[in-house]
Design a protein around this ligand. Structure first.
Ligand code: SAM
Length: 298
């Protein structure tokens, strides 16, 4: 496929004209795949994120850290200060922590693995975390809004100040509330890591419908290779966004939890005609990066 025009990150060196990476439009049809993914539902909605960071740290979870430089580059390129981000499937605010604070994901793993925290109840940890994050704010921190099904995770992220606001709504099933609609209208960039597969084109359609004929935000998505993105790209196109995929590079997400999980992924990728050699075949999930932007930016 011929390389197309560069997306806004080009000037910062993220496209084929600078580093040999090819960005191309997403136009393939997708086929349904099964899942087989290890379930972490028990850690997604606890009163604080200790179990989440401990479980995912043990699997070398890294997609938020991989995504952060790209989100930062996109934010730098926006003509607004502070920019407003909506992080979809935001959980306890891990992407918000990286975008807003001088922290890497390893700092978060270290903090929540610390046995000393075992002495604290959730309310005490929240108070401690509020101070922890407040003391590490980046100079040009964006506003970050969050959307997730997990009420405790959203509540935590709001209370510690990682999210400026957050909503517990399921846009797979229902239209956004009036409060969420008003907030979405202020969004410059929608981000998602680890969320596609949980959310589909239905969520993106409801998010983008809010903007009507007005200016639209960009959508920056890190998507496991086993979840085809074409339906989401198609819906975004119907809302005037052109989706491009970064080719020639994938982003490791985490180690597989079990052999069974790896086998299921390898089978799904094989069915999709995706070569897993050197990536999932070596033991880690890999994600593709997609950027959708209004056509005039493309
Ligand atoms: C794998 S976690 C990803 C969390 C975070 N973005 C990260 O990269 O670590 C998936 C998240 O999606 C959330 N989720 C599942 N279904 C959802 C839905 N329909 N709408 C919003 N969030 C959803 C879960 O509660 C969970 O927090």
């Amino acid at each position: 496929m011929a390389p197309l025009r560069c997306w806004p990150g080009c000037a910062a060196g993220r496209c084929d004209c600078v580093e040999g990476r090819v960005i191309t439009t997403v136009m393939t049809m997708e086929s349904a795949v099964g899942d087989g993914k290890a379930t972490f539902g028990h850690i997604y909605d606890q009163a604080d994120p200790r179990a989440y960071y401990r479980a995912l740290g043990a699997l070398d979870y890294e997609i938020p850290q991989q995504a952060y430089p790209i989100f930062a580059e996109l934010l730098d390129g926006l003509d607004c200060s502070p920019a407003t981000v909506l992080d979809v499937c935001c959980s306890y605010g891990v992407n918000a922590a990286l975008m807003r604070c001088e922290l890497g994901i390893d700092d978060l793993f270290r903090r929540y693995e610390d046995d000393a925290l075992d002495q604290l109840g959730p309310a005490e940890l929240i108070e401690s975390d509020r101070q922890f994050y407040a003391g590490r704010q980046r100079a040009q921190a964006p506003r970050v809004l969050g959307l997730d099904l997990a009420a405790n995770a959203i509540g935590y992220a709001r209370e510690v100040g990682l999210l400026d606001n957050g909503w517990v709504e399921n846009l797979e099933a229902e239209d956004p509330s009036p409060e969420l609609v008003a907030a979405i209208r202020e969004v410059d960039l929608i981000t998602i890591t680890g969320g596609v597969g949980y959310v589909s084109e239905r969520t993106f359609n409801r998010l983008l419908s809010v903007f009507g004929d007005g200016p639209k935000p960009m959508v920056a998505a890190f998507v496991l290779r086993r979840y085809p993105y074409a339906r989401i790209a198609q819906v975004l196109a119907e809302h005037g966004l052109v989706t491009k995929q970064e080719l020639g590079r994938t982003y490791p997400q985490r180690r597989f939890a079990t052999q069974q999980e790896q086998d299921a992924v390898l089978g799904a990728l094989d069915a999709l005609g995706i070569d897993a050699a050197g990536k999932e075949a070596d033991g880690r999930y890999h994600a593709d990066f997609f950027l959708s932007a209004p056509a005039r930016r493309g």
